[in-house]
Design a protein around this ligand. Structure first.
Ligand SMILES: Cc1ncc(COP(=O)(O)O)c(C=O)c1O
Length: 434
């Protein structure tokens, strides 16, 4: 008979709160996952819901590049199943450098690429290795998860509200009042949740300001200001939109930038867990130690397969073109649908998507009533769209944005073109009835 542990694990009375560390007690779970859970419950009960909530893909809609799948299976068959080096395999580190040189026009020297199991451990490690408790981290709202990394590191977060007229991106003017005190600035482009991208002019102004500030600090001996630039969606930049890095804007930013990237979104490979950071060697050294201690490296076979695929793939070859076109098709269908509703006089205001998996729109419904219920908060709007239009979305309040604006995010990786069209019809019907 196996030893039954369940009596010891049921009804632990005060044991949980007496056990948890301060960190464990302060940690917040992901609200998006909670919303996504509600959608799955509805679907399980047979309700027809278009799931625009999570920033992931459904295998019915998107698959990894067949070339990558072949390499993945081959690498496992070859016995590439042992510990990789904590910094990443030499093959993948070299392949990333070569890929960036060919495709992004950026040349990084050896010793600047740190591999991790997707983007998250690299973001966490960059925070932990650059930011002390009490240090100021400047970031924007809406933003994906930055506040969690701020909290996990005991940092002082300065959340700046990014404005729709600036494509929900921060400007150098927004950052200026915090430039002298900040230790880390976090930017993500193309951006989750807005689906917009930073312009060359904005990136140039921010990069120049950081370089100038760091020259001043060099004189005083203060610790420098770093930029964490999360570009996991850069390969999903829409046609005619430029993807720009701080290093393109000002090459001196190579000293002060941790650039984070992954195959998760660009190859629809969120569950494979391969990412990397390109950063100065003195930042990489402690990140490597931390990633090693956490065992947060990517598996050896996925690393080898990523290296081999990177050598053969480019954003212009057929798989990438089709993949990007399918993502863009869904984004533009939503955008065009909302634009038509707006032209009809319905209270929806979309933002033209520029990249990533997202479309942003404002539902100006506050003060309206539905079935005798007054719509007062953004959560009321989410609830209304979910239960009355079978459309599951995530409001910007979930990404730290002030409540009452009506801005929401649609994520398109798990829906078909037909589901997009059906959801648009249901939303238009609901709005006409208000
Ligand atoms: C902006 C951004 N960065 C990073 C990630 C996480 O990437 P990964 O799955 O590679 O950890 C996400 C996932 O949604 C994201 O939206």
């Amino acid at each position: 008979m196996p030893i039954d542990t369940s009596p010891w694990l049921a009804d632990p009375k005060t044991l949980p709160e007496r056990s948890a560390s301060a960190l464990a007690r302060s940690m917040k779970g992901s609200t998006i996952l909670a919303i996504a859970g509600e959608v799955l419950d509805l679907k399980a009960r047979g309700v027809d819901v278009a799931n625009f909530t999570i920033g992931d893909f459904a295998p019915s809609e998107f698959r990894v590049p067949p070339l990558f799948l072949e390499h993945l299976q081959r690498a496992q068959g070859e016995g590439q199943t042992f510990y990789p080096p904590a910094v990443g395999t030499p093959e993948l580190r070299a392949a990333v450098r070569d890929y960036y040189r060919r495709v992004l026009g950026l040349s990084f020297p050896e010793g600047t690429i740190q591999v991790g199991s997707g983007a998250r451990p690299l973001i966490y490690a960059a925070f932990a290795c650059l930011v002390d408790p009490g240090d100021t981290v400047v970031y924007q709202v809406p933003s994906w998860n930055t506040e969690y990394y701020v909290d996990l590191n005991g940092a002082e977060g300065v959340a700046l509200v990014a404005r729709p007229e600036h494509s929900f991106m921060l400007t150098a003017d927004d950052i200026a009042p915090h430039l002298q005190t900040a230790r880390l600035l976090v930017i993500n482009s193309p951006q989750n949740p807005s689906g917009t991208a930073i312009s060359r002019a904005a990136m140039k102004a921010i990069s120049d300001a950081i370089v100038t500030e760091n020259r001043r600090r060099e004189g005083t001996g203060e610790r420098p200001l770093y930029l964490l630039y999360d570009m996991v969606y850069w390969q999903l930049t829409l046609q005619d939109v430029e993807h720009i890095t701080p290093i393109h804007a000002n090459p001196e930013m190579a000293r002060y930038t941790v650039l984070v990237d992954a195959i998760s979104k660009s190859w629809a490979a969120t569950g494979v867990r391969v990412g990397w950071a390109a950063c100065p060697p003195w930042v990489l050294a402690p990140m490597k130690a931390l990633i090693g201690h956490m065992g947060a490296w990517a598996g050896r076979a996925p690393q080898i397969a990523t290296a081999r695929t990177l050598a053969e793939i480019s954003p212009m070859e057929p798989w990438s073109k089709t993949f990007r076109a399918e993502v863009a098709k869904r984004q533009l269908a939503l955008y065009n649908g909302f634009t038509s509703m707006n032209a009809e006089g319905l209270p929806v205001y979309p933002v033209k998507p520029e990249g990533a998996l997202y479309v942003t729109a404002r539902f100006a419904l506050h003060g309206a009533s539905f079935k005798g219920q007054k719509i007062e908060t953004d959560e009321d709007i989410r609830h209304l769209l979910l239960h009355e239009a079978g459309t599951a979305i995530v409001p910007f309040v979930t990404f730290g944005y002030p409540d009452g604006t009506g801005w929401v995010r649609f994520s398109i990786g798990a829906v078909s073109g037909a589901e997009v069209e059906a959801a648009l019809d249901r939303i238009a019907g609901l709005l006409r009835s208000l």
